[in-house]
Design a protein around this ligand. Structure first.
Ligand code: SF4
Length: 197
């Protein structure tokens, strides 16, 4: 009898990720927020100045503008975010966390998934994070979604490109604006992954 081909682990990987996502979301009805509100707050805490607006948030969440608008109204009513006029484009809206919004994020308990991830070794955490990021990037590429990667890993990021200019020392090659060290750690709607060598 011919040897049977071993079953592909791919369906199991997808099922495990689905279960983890469900578990993670179930633990996130807390602090008076639903998961969508929690996701929006978390996003605004790590998004850069080009990405703290309703349309980038909708792209990040894979949600409609209408749904995101309802989420933002709820967060504003709770005093956790404010809408401001974008200083670079007076027709655009910039979303900012309030002090209360930031404090709420910092006081948040860990979800069951976060606690479980903390329970594995540091080396395995790094390997797992890298593999999951790879799967996510591939899924985003296949669906033509934006990657929302970290600024310092973008093809347009120019390390030390703005010298002593205020807001530097780095530079965005797309907008020609200076970027600080802390800007380089934020995620961006315009992030473009460099092509593999
Ligand atoms: S370098 Fe890339 S990620 Fe950073 S601000 Fe510019 S476009 Fe966005």
């Amino acid at each position: 009898m011919p040897a049977r081909k071993p079953a592909s682990p791919v369906p199991k990987i997808a099922a495990l990720l689905e279960r983890l996502a469900r578990l993670g979301r179930a633990g996130r009805f807390r602090n008076g927020l639903n998961p969508a509100q929690g996701d929006a707050l978390n996003y605004l805490a790590v998004a850069n100045r080009y990405s703290r607006n309703p349309s980038a948030l909708a792209d990040f969440l894979g949600s409609t503008r209408g749904t995101v608008s309802q989420t933002l109204i709820a967060l504003e009513r709770k005093g956790l975010i404010v809408r401001q006029t974008d200083p670079r484009d007076r027709r655009a809206i910039a979303l900012e966390l309030t002090r209360e919004g930031r404090a709420l994020l910092e006081s948040g308990d860990e979800t069951a998934v976060e606690r479980a991830a903390r329970g594995i070794s540091g080396a395995n955490q790094a390997v797992l994070a890298g593999l999951l990021a790879e799967v996510l990037a591939e899924a985003q590429r296949q669906n033509a979604f934006r990657t929302f990667g970290m600024c310092g890993t973008c093809i347009h990021f120019q390390r030390d490109g703005s010298g002593k200019v205020a807001g530097g020392p780095h530079r965005c090659g797309l907008t020609s604006e200076a970027l600080s060290d802390s800007d380089s750690l934020l995620i961006c709607r315009e992030h473009t992954t460099p092509k593999a060598a």
